[in-house]
Each structure stands twice: as structure tokens, then as C-alpha cells.
Design a protein around this ligand. Structure first.
Ligand SMILES: [Zn+2]
Length: 473
């Protein structure tokens, strides 16, 4: 396959070039290749298109059932939406193991589910909700299975105490496993909830105040301090949402290898949506559409996150995609602590980054590629097979039309849900074609991939040394 006349964008360069794909790999990238190649491969004309590496989304949830009742098609639905959005690689967080099976149980179960259903390539993060000798024995087997990252939480009933986190940090360093942490102080959140409960203020409109950013900041500071104490263990902090969370990281990490992720919702939406009616729904119903953990923050927080992107402090923008329908969320209409939190968005990431970053804030295209694909591939041991466009790497590409103006709707995103938090947002630029390992998987709003085309990625160790921090002003 030959893709001609497109503008190829990597985290290093923007250049007009043709891309020659042979089999599943990129064979050559050169200007005007189509004039020299005298084979007769199918030719795709990418005039006026930007060509980015296929997206790598390192924070997704395909199945939130927390048990054995997973939707059997969860990988098909979620990865189809990913493909529509230009994402060719996902890393899925595994649900918790409630039956006290070994960690391996969920790994095997999800490998089976994804094997027959996934349309894009995939890997998994392990998850730990307690630490004992069995868990450590299981973790030891992960790297040779290609699972080189494990998540833990500092809040929710499954959270780890400091007493468990410290030995886990030590083991992870020893095993070469990157720990991913959800940083929020559980006791502070529980205390705040109790206080609000006494005042009958658990409706969705109070979400931001129910989970204040100081809870994030405290946990970030504490965890960074613990990581430094345990010999500068590398860490990946998921969904940093606030200015105070960022400041805690700036103060506590002191040069330790601790990398930050944020999500499109914290870069494009704000907590005004919990308070100010902008639809014809009652305010609590409107607010429920944005129930997330952490919640949406202030406009000032949002601006600070963009500044942190500008000065290279945030490494990745992942979606934390949660396939929860609005129908399910309605359980929380009178008490938001009763409904599952989390926002869908696996298909919305690229147009949001382009519109809010490149168009509105002058973010260079190369920096977009860092956040969208390359840095996640470095963090999670997939570079250079994934995360870039160069000779020999997987031919994972997204053709993006920067001239389309369109309104985001749940239908347009193909996430198979009854809502999107980005409903009605006018975006500039749209993914038009997605190519995974040399095969077109989405072609102009039609998904042509077969379930099961996606492959398991046996990931290597993470490599922070090559992260791009692309400063710009
Ligand atoms: Zn998540």
C-alpha cells in the first residue's frame, strides 16, 4: 500500500512525504515515492491530510463488571470506537478479582475475551488491591507474559494503605514493573462525603466539592515521597486533574522518575457543568453526565494543565474510557455516590487534542503526537513497534482531515453508548481513515475490521529516558 501526498507528523518532524507499506510494516517514507515505486500497490491519496501515528491509549476500561459477568462483546465495542477515533493500540485495566482467585485469573479471562473480539492491538495493566506473598509471586510472572505495568488505587474500598504501598514499590522496582497509581486520599473523601450526607447534599451538582482537589494533592505528595524513599522507584500517575495535584508533584518528586498522565475531560470541560444549566435538563441530570473520578475541576485547573503540557510536565493524554451508559448513571440522580463514575471518550481524544490544543492554544503538531501516541509507547514498553512512523515499525496510522468542522455527538463517536460528555462540542479536524498493521480498519466512517484482528502486545520494560517533553511557548 502506498499513501501519497500526505503530511507525515511524528514527535520529531512534520514533512510532506509518501509512506510505503509492505505487509504489516512501514517500508519507506520519502517525498514523491509514488513516482518511483513501480509496483502496483493500492494507492491512497492523502492530499491535505495529516498523517499521525495510530493512537496509543494507555488508560482504558473495556469491562467494568468487576466480576465474571462481563459483556462478552466489551472488547469489540470498545476497540471499534477506538478505531473510529484513530487509536490503534489500547492498554486495558483489568477489573478487580473479587472471588480471591489469583491475579492470573483476570489476565487469562481478558486475554480470551480480547482474543476473539478486539479490533485494535491491546495489552493489559495488572491490578493489585492488597499485597502479600501470593500477589508478589504472581507479579513475578507478569513481565514474561508481556505485562510490565500494574495499577493500584489510593482510594475506593480496594485502596492500598501506605503499609502495603511501600513494599509494593520495592518489589515493582526489583521486578521491572511500572506502577500506575490513582492518587486520591480515601479518608479525606470519605470524611467529605459524610459531611455532605448530613447536609443532604449528595446530588450530582455537588460532585466537585465532594471530591476536592486537595485529596488528589495529598495523595500525590505522599506517594511521590514514598517513591523517593524507596530508591527513586519510577511511577506513572494516572489522570492528574488539578493545579494542586500538579504542584504537589512539582514539590515532592525532586527529579525522581515520576510521570504524569491527564485526560481530555480535564483539558476541555470544567466544573461549571455541575452548577450552571446549559441544557433543558434539570441541573442534577445535567451534572450526572459529567460524573467522573476525579471530578471536573475549575477553569483555572484546566489552564494549569495546559501550561503543564506546554512546559513538558505532562507526558500523556489518555482517556480513562469507561463504557457506562447514562441509563446506568441515573442510579446516582439523588445520591451521586451510588452510581458508577467515569466517562466514555475513547473515540474523542484526537479531535479534542487538535481543537483545544493545536487550534486554540497553538500546540505544535509534534507535541500532539507525544501526548497522543509516542510517550505512551515509551512508558509502556512498546516503542518503536508502536508510537511512531518510521521504517520497520508497525504500519499503524491515522489520516486526519484538519479542515473538517463538525459537532461531536454520541452517534458520531460510535462508542455504542447513549451519551457523550462532549455532546455538541464543535471540533476542528476529524480522523478519516485508520490503518492498523498495514490494513485499513476504518475508512470514511465505516469500520471494516473483523473482530479478532487486534493482537495481544507482549510489552517490554518501560523507558522514561526517551520521553519527549517538547517545550513550546
Ligand atoms: Zn481508570
Amino acid at each position: 500500500m502506498l499513501i501519497k501526498n500526505g503530511t507525515v507528523v511524528t514527535s520529531q518532524i512534520v514533512e510532506k512525504a509518501d509512506i510505503w507499506i509492505e505487509g504489516e510494516r512501514i517500508r519507506a517514507i520519502e517525498p514523491n515515492l509514488h513516482q518511483h515505486v513501480n509496483a502496483s500497490p493500492p494507492i491512497i491519496d492523502a492530499t491535505d491530510m495529516l498523517i499521525f501515528p495510530g493512537g496509543v491509549d494507555p488508560h482504558t476500561h473495556m469491562d467494568l463488571s468487576q466480576g465474571d459477568d462481563a459483556d462478552p462483546h466489551c472488547y469489540q465495542t470498545g476497540t471499534r470506537a477506538a478505531a473510529y477515533g484513530g487509536t490503534t493500540t489500547i492498554i486495558a485495566h483489568l477489573p478487580f478479582e473479587q472471588q480471591k482467585n489469583p491475579l492470573q485469573y483476570q489476565v487469562d479471562r481478558h486475554r480470551r475475551l480480547a482474543h476473539s473480539e478486539a479490533l485494535v492491538d491491546y495489552g493489559f495493566h495488572g491490578v493489585v488491591d492488597h499485597v502479600d506473598s501470593n500477589i508478589i509471586a504472581d507479579l513475578k510472572t507478569f513481565p514474561r507474559q508481556g505485562i510490565t505495568s500494574v495499577k493500584f488505587y489510593m482510594t475506593y474500598p480496594v485502596h492500598l494503605s501506605d503499609t502495603s504501598i511501600l513494599p509494593l514499590l520495592e518489589h515493582a522496582k526489583h521486578l521491572g514493573i511500572l506502577l500506575c497509581a490513582h492518587c486520591e486520599n480515601d479518608a479525606m473523601i470519605a470524611y467529605t462525603e459524610q459531611k455532605f450526607k448530613r447536609r443532604h447534599r449528595l446530588q450530582p451538582r455537588y460532585q466537585a466539592a465532594l471530591c476536592p482537589s486537595i485529596c488528589e494533592a495529598e495523595a500525590v505528595y505522599r506517594l511521590c515521597s514514598m517513591a523517593r524513599l524507596v530508591d527513586d522507584v519510577p511511577l506513572y500517575l494516572v489522570h492528574i486533574s488539578s493545579r494542586s495535584g500538579l504542584n504537589a508533584w512539582r514539590e515532592a518528586r525532586r527529579g525522581a522518575p515520576i510521570v504524569l498522565e491527564t485526560c481530555p475531560q480535564y483539558l476541555t470541560l470544567d466544573d461549571d457543568l455541575y452548577q450552571t444549566k446549559n441544557s433543558n435538563e434539570p441541573i442534577n441530570e445535567q451534572a450526572l453526565r459529567y460524573s467522573a473520578c476525579p471530578p471536573l475541576r475549575t477553569l483555572r485547573d484546566r489552564d494549569t494543565l495546559w501550561q503543564a503540557i506546554r512546559c513538558g510536565e505532562i507526558a500523556t493524554v489518555a482517556t480513562d474510557h469507561c463504557p457506562i451508559s447514562f441509563q446506568e448513571k441515573r442510579k446516582g440522580l439523588y445520591d451521586v455516590t451510588r452510581c458508577p463514575h467515569g466517562l466514555p471518550g475513547i473515540a474523542a481524544r484526537l479531535p479534542l487534542l487538535y481543537t483545544y490544543g493545536v487550534i486554540q492554544r497553538g500546540m505544535p503538531l509534534c507535541r500532539l503526537v507525544d501526548l497522543w501516541s509516542t510517550n505512551a509507547a515509551h512508558c509502556f514498553g512498546m516503542y518503536p513497534t508502536k508510537g511512531t512512523i518510521k521504517k520497520g515499525c508497525d504500519a499503524d496510522l491515522v489520516l486526519f482531515d484538519p479542515n473538517q468542522h463538525w459537532k461531536m455527538t454520541a452517534d458520531q463517536l460510535h462508542e455504542d453508548l447513549d451519551y457523550t460528555p462532549y455532546e455538541g462540542i464543535t471540533c476542528i479536524g476529524k480522523p478519516i481513515m485508520t490503518i492498523l498493521r498495514g490494513s485499513i480498519i476504518v475508512d470514511h466512517a465505516t469500520c471494516v475490521a473483523k473482530p479478532g484482528y487486534g493482537q495481544y502486545i507482549h510489552r517490554g520494560p518501560s523507558d522514561f529516558s526517551r520521553l519527549n517533553t517538547g517545550l513550546y511557548s
